[in-house]
Design a protein. Structure first.
Lengths: 557, 260
């Protein structure tokens, strides 16, 4: 899986242009950044703008909204289980706060709720910590260097990245809570990369005006997730975790509030009823829907489950017409396809190059702009680098970083990627990486206010599954910040609701039956479509032909 | 978008693989023929397994897919992450998606960053016989035995740094004859380091206090109400910290900078 002879030849071209490009970088000469108008123009190459990939939602609060057909197909599907079969009279678990999703936002919510002395139950689809948070790499933004930065500039950067469509209140809260979040993480013992005197190191991200991307090597998300998960595990009596038990439906009560959820034990196939005073939805993203058949950076369980359950309960969705494609996903070797190559490489000085070894874009444009230029360079200008599998990519010149910042920088600052490529026989300190846009982040989602509340009382949402904060495009480093800020807020809001606002009622799944009826009335041909999806279908058709007596419900056996 | 930009998400959707191109692997002793370019994880799916346990991020960082394997005519036990390891002919594979391991509970605030702390919470660390099985069982190439011995010696910073790449897959704990859960000891040392040894970021405290500074608040509230044209103008005119600027660069416009 090391580079083929053909690719090694093309790498020689990169090596030829490298010395001059390094000198240019040292002089502070960058490829010209785009104006706002140029940014808008290039976006027509962005996959979001392909009308053919969209379809119209026919039911619910956002009827008429045209979004990715993969998402609509799930919104136009039936519940996994006939609600009439479920006995709600005898819940299997009762708790104060039910948290659906054990990633960064869910775990942060659990820690904050627990501090408010409420009982917490986390229901997670896979292992606790198996989430997109674990995979995030580059950094977490926070305006914490007062001599040169403040939440004002952080706000401005986020708005610009989001095409000025972000919900102002959500961004305001995000940037103001950021310093507290960093202090909290430091106190929990997260090993952020620091100078010797303790000052946090920081880099630029795409679209930032100040270097405020703080990081822990190149595995910032993993470091944060490991730390907060360990802390959650220190309270086994207060925070219970049910692994391999995804939620499949929200339960409401006769007062219209959220009363808990139906879980599905992936191993025993039982449906489990959880009664909760407050419910937090933190199910993360939807990369495994492979929108427009793109490869994805997301973890196995990222199938947008929370969107479906929330929408069925009447929560509107926002900004799902845009999906974020991370510009630099691995394209060689094939075995690592789609994996995230952090923006931090570009922040550290690596150029992006076409087949001629030349730059064609300013490396720090916001992600949607950056991704669009890569797509144009390969598909329109035909200056991409061909791989043995027929895909095209562009070079990310990582060896430059050691030349700019000193030998050993890449191994020290990017240990995760160094070892990943090393296993495949590629030394990224000597050879550039081959990258292409990969499906990465769900910019939008369920609508919340800056307390994480939705239109359904007792139903609180935080993290990637929510919408409005990032507008139409998220900036690097604002997602780890989002899950920490809004995860914590969700925990506090849920705890407060459980203690002070909760009123018991009769549990019901009537909203699901209503949703099914609405689908029927709207003339939607549901067929045997089931949602939430829970896990993507990676089955082998040759095997399925021989599975004569197996029943698949949606994608699950 | 041209076909070139898009990749089939399922390797099995490719042109039906010719028999000659397949290689044999043994999943828990059962033989399956799979394409030679697949990772163990994708090979299991190709063979017909629907992964529930033993599959997480599919990107080498979450630790869900710890796998052990051997080859015929060799006693050596090899390890890898199923999502990152490419199959080789005649691999004898099993996954170890879970292993019961001891995790101590503690209040990180109240702990001292010393060897005694580690030993009090994980006394089994004394049973270490120095066999090095943990190091040989690590799919992330970490010298596990070394960081355990650093922890015993009280070099918490050393243990923290050496264990940093740990994905907590649990293969070390599964094979350790002293019944240690090295990865839980590792995270303890890392949190002790981060909390009690690493220098505190003094600017953080200042930054927390500076939130809701009146001037910045005024600026933010103004931005929140601004019309789109004015907002774009302010955005375009904002000063950008140069990429190669030194750490103590300061902007010219300090209107919304909280100066002490």
């Amino acid at each position: 899986m090391a580079y083929t002879p053909e690719l090694k030849k093309l790498i020689k071209i990169v090596e030829k242009t490298r010395p001059e490009r390094v000198e240019k970088k040292k002089r502070g000469e960058e490829f010209k950044a785009m104006s706002l108008k140029e940014r808008e123009d290039i976006l027509k190459y962005h996959p979001d703008f392909k009308e053919e990939g969209r379809s119209e939602i026919k039911v619910g609060p956002n009827r008429g909204y045209r979004i990715a057909e993969e998402m609509v197909s799930l919104l136009h599907a039936k519940s996994r289980v006939d609600p009439a079969l479920i006995d709600l009279s005898n819940p299997d678990y009762e708790t104060d706060v039910l948290i659906i999703g054990g990633g960064g936002a869910g775990t942060a919510a659990a820690l904050m709720a627990r501090e408010q002395k409420v009982k917490v139950l986390i229901a997670t689809k896979l292992r606790h910590g198996d989430a997109n948070t674990m995979m995030a790499e580059g950094g977490i933004q926070a305006a914490i260097k007062n001599e040169k930065d403040s939440p004002y500039y952080h706000y401005l950067d986020a708005l610009g990245g989001g095409h000025f469509k972000n919900d102002p209140g959500l961004v305001y809260t995000l940037v103001n809570e950021a310093p507290e979040v960093m202090a909290w993480l430091e106190k929990l013992g997260a090993m952020f990369t620091k100078y010797d005197d303790g000052r946090l190191k920081a880099l630029h991200g795409g679209g930032t005006s100040r270097k405020r991307m703080h990081y822990a090597g190149d595995i910032t998300g993993a470091e944060i997730m490991r730390t907060i998960r360990d802390e959650a595990r220190n309270y086994p009596n207060d925070i219970k975790v049910l692994e391999f038990s995804p939620a499949v439906e929200l339960i409401l009560n006769d007062k219209g509030a959220c009363a808990g959820a139906v879980l599905y034990n992936l191993e025993t196939e039982e449906y489990i009823i959880v009664k909760a005073k407050a419910t937090v939805m933190s199910t993360g993203g939807s990369g495994r829907l492979h929108i427009q058949e793109f490869m994805t950076t997301n973890h196995y369980g990222a199938t947008g489950d929370g969107l479906i359950m929330g929408y069925r309960a009447g929560v509107p969705i926002k900004f799902l017409h845009t999906v974020q494609y991370h510009p630099t996903g691995v394209v060689f070797p094939e075995q690592a396809e789609g994996l995230l190559i952090t923006e931090k490489f570009r922040a550290a000085g690596a150029n992006v190059l076409n087949i001629d070894g030349e730059q064609f874009v300013y490396e720090r444009e916001p992600r949607d702009v950056e991704a669009s230029t890569f797509i144009r360079e390969c598909t329109v200008r035909k200056k991409g680098i061909p791989t043995p599998t027929g895909m095209f990519g562009v070079w990310l010149d990582s060896p430059m970083i050691d030349l700019l910042k000193g030998e050993g920088t890449v191994r020290r600052e990017f240990p995760g990627k160094w070892i990943l490529f090393h296993r495949y026989g590629i030394d990224i300190t000597r050879e550039p990486m081959l990258v292409y846009p990969t499906l990465h982040y769900q910019n939008g989602g369920l609508e919340i206010n800056n307390k994480g509340e939705t239109v359904v009382p007792g139903f609180i949402v935080g993290g990637e599954v929510s919408g409005g904060l990032h507008g139409e495009n998220r900036l690097m480093g604002n997602s780890l910040l989002d899950v920490m800020v809004y995860g914590r807020i969700a925990g506090l809001t849920a705890a407060n609701y459980a203690k002070k606002k909760f009123k018991d009622g009769k549990m019901t799944l009537g909203h699901v039956a209503k949703y099914h009826k609405a689908l029927k009335d709207a003339g939607v041909k549901v067929g045997n479509r089931i949602a939430p999806m829970i896990l993507p279908d990676y089955s082998n058709p040759e095997v399925r032909e021989k599975q004569l007596t197996t029943r698949y419900l949606g994608t699950l056996r | 978008m041209s076909k070139n930009a898009v990749k089939e998400k399922k390797t099995s959707k490719k042109t039906k693989t010719k028999k000659e191109e397949l290689v044999p692997i043994f999943i828990m002793g059962k033989k399956y023929e799979v394409p030679p370019s697949l990772t163990i994880q994708k090979a299991m799916e190709y063979a017909g397994y629907q992964l529930v346990r033993g599959c997480g991020c599919r990107g080498g960082i979450c630790g869900a897919c710890g796998t052990v394997y051997r080859f015929p005519n060799s006693y050596r036990i090899e390890v890898g992450l199923a999502c990152q390891t490419v199959v080789e002919p005649n691999m004898y594979i099993t996954q170890i998606p879970f292993f019961p391991a001891n995790k101590a509970t503690y209040n990180i605030e109240k702990l001292e960053p010393t060897g005694s702390t580690v030993m009090a919470l994980y006394p089994e660390i004394f049973k270490c016989v120095g066999c090095g099985t943990c190091t040989r069982s690590c799919p992330m190439d970490i010298d596990v035995m070394e960081y355990i011995s650093l922890a015993i010696r009280g070099d918490i910073a050393g243990a923290a740094e050496l264990s940093f790449d740990c994905v907590m897959c649990g293969l070390c704990a599964a094979r350790c004859p002293a019944e240690e859960a090295q990865y839980n000891i590792g995270i303890l040392t890392r949190r002790l380091y981060g909390r009690h040894i690493a220098s505190k970021a003094k600017h953080l405290e200042k930054a927390v206090k500076a939130v809701k500074n009146t001037q910045v608040e005024k600026g933010l509230k103004k931005l929140m109400k601004m019309d789109l044209t004015s907002l774009r103008k302010v955005y375009n005119e904002r000063e950008i910290e140069p990429d190669m600027a030194e750490e103590f660069w300061e902007p010219e416009d300090k209107k919304y900078i909280v100066v002490e």
